[in-house]
Design a protein around this ligand. Sequence first.
Ligand code: GLU
Length: 376
Amino acid sequence: MTRELTGFPPAQIKRLIVKVGSALLVAKDGSVRRDWLASLVAELAARRAAGQQIVVVSSGSIALGARRLGLPKGGRATLEDAQAAAAVGQIALSQVWADLLGDHNIAAAQMLVTLGDLEDRRRYLNASATLERLIGLGVVPVVNENDSVATEEIRFGDNDRLAARIGQAARADAVVLLSDIDGLYTANPHSDPEAQLVPQVEKIDGKILAMASAESASGMGSGGMVSKLQAAQIATGAGAHLAITSGRVEAPLAHWQESGRGTLFLASAKRGARKDWLAGRLTVKGQLVVDAGAATALRQGRSLLPAGITATNGRYARGDVIDITGPDGAVIARGLAQYDSQDAERIIGKRSEDVAALLGGTPRAAIVHRDHMVLL
Ligand code: GLU
């Protein structure tokens, strides 16, 4: 893999997801920043003409709708307000994208998805197939969360992680988050004058995670640096680069290529599509806590046996996704449970040969098999 990717995103990147934040699309007075958007669309059209495939993830429906409905707090005072604002704003948002892409003879396709659509494996594959077909037809998909039906529990809530998940579903090579900030800083740049921009990240470790501050600079969108780092973890884990750069300038992609200002998180090696989906999931049904010996065995690529488990939390059914955490509480792996939580409760800590007597029949040896597990 190339360790130096200057002038990002370079032309050799075949499939690119471009996420546009609310503060870039919608002016403080609630109007669409059409001139800026036209400058971005011109860049996208040029890249497409050069053979790059583009998927847009666009925020802005809540901010736009709130303005049109005269709702307080940018439409985010209550969930009902946000849902109503999104319903009104999304029509306008799609229209703007369709118009501007249409000016370059590119057809736009609207795709609205909920968290559930991408967390459920069958629906995820469905969304993935639709994206593939649209791209194959030469269309530019414009994706947003289906905010008017998503409730608090089933929401992404921010389009950063949505963009990373879409990147995964579309098997993209890179995801670019155009934001009101130009990248990851060593500390919060709004409060710490010593804060420095980090140009490239090879591994998202504790030191990198500690740099994020939870606040979004504009107060208009909902994604702060924390959600951007989570997005970077999802995307890079799925073998795609993720970049954060400023959208506060005209033609932002060219601006980054020329100025080099942004943060690039380099992709890690590919794990395989099914394991990527598992790792990128945002919700799990339960958790198994393991002892130090089992933690080591898991890291060596073994399956999880009942004997090494010290506790089970949550209610899950066979086939549900659960996290496996070490004695220190850190998540080690994620996988599909081979037992429901009631049976798991009865067999944890037991040796495999005793499990048959406890449950009857010929049980499965592992609680989570290594083929259905991904190390995190
Ligand atoms: N889906 C939200 C919208 O279109 C934006 C979420 C975010 O701010 O990232 O308004």
